[in-house]
Ligand binder design. Sequence first.
Ligand code: HEM
Length: 239
Amino acid sequence: MAETPRLRHSFLVRLTHWFITFSFLALLVSGLELVVSHPRFYWGETGNVNTSPLFQIPIPSSRKMVPTGYGYVLPDQNGWSRYLHFQSAWVLVLTGLLYVAAGFFNGHFRRNLLPALSDVSPKRLARSVAQHLRFTRPSAEETWSYNLLQRLAYLLVIFVLFPMIIWTGLAMSPSFVSAFPAAVNLLGGQQSARTLHFFLTWALVLFLLIHVFMVFLAGFRNRMRAMITGRAAEPLERV
Ligand code: HEM
């Protein structure tokens, strides 16, 4: 009988990974359009063109009444960008819930993402950071597992950054907030939620850039083949 080939990534991990990646990219493009319609950020509950902003992005706006210092107004793309933003957000939330529920249920997080307690020491962490800073190629024993820094980065993204960006997004929804006012009150108001949402986006963009760079460093073709088909060459050498 033919042996079933060993998979590096399960079907569910691969499917949810690519759904989340594409919905995140759609959220980025549409979110950028939403920022262009009001590139000023405030803190607290209220903020508008009559109040002073916490900070302002030096770009022109697609709304005439927003003071930007530019003598022209960009075309208004608010319609499609809002629809795309909310639709992609729901795709991401539902796919994320499926990934997280399955990850707990089938032991994926415990087996593959949670580092061993003995590995989480300042010394090992410093060694892992140093290896990354030297752009050291992953060793053969990493063929079937993630390294320490990779595990910690994934856990941060899955259990801190994504929950926070979803929470701050929901805190800007009037219907959600009228049902759960604490969601916005705990953040200090609607405008604080928007500002935090913006910074969390940048944290995720930074993760994405480093993540893709590390995939290149580890061997783009082989790592991508494993994330698409599930199968990896043994060891996962640079090909
Ligand atoms: C916002 C977008 C993205 C997020 C949040 C994300 C997150 C993740 C996470 C959490 C994992 C581990 C999955 C698990 O085992 O449960 C992973 C693995 C992986 N991702 Fe992404 N990813 C994103 C975008 C991308 C992109 C754009 C690429 C490629 C161009 C990519 C390529 C990969 C590959 C190849 C792996 C497997 C790494 C390995 O085997 O060492 N990801 N990603």
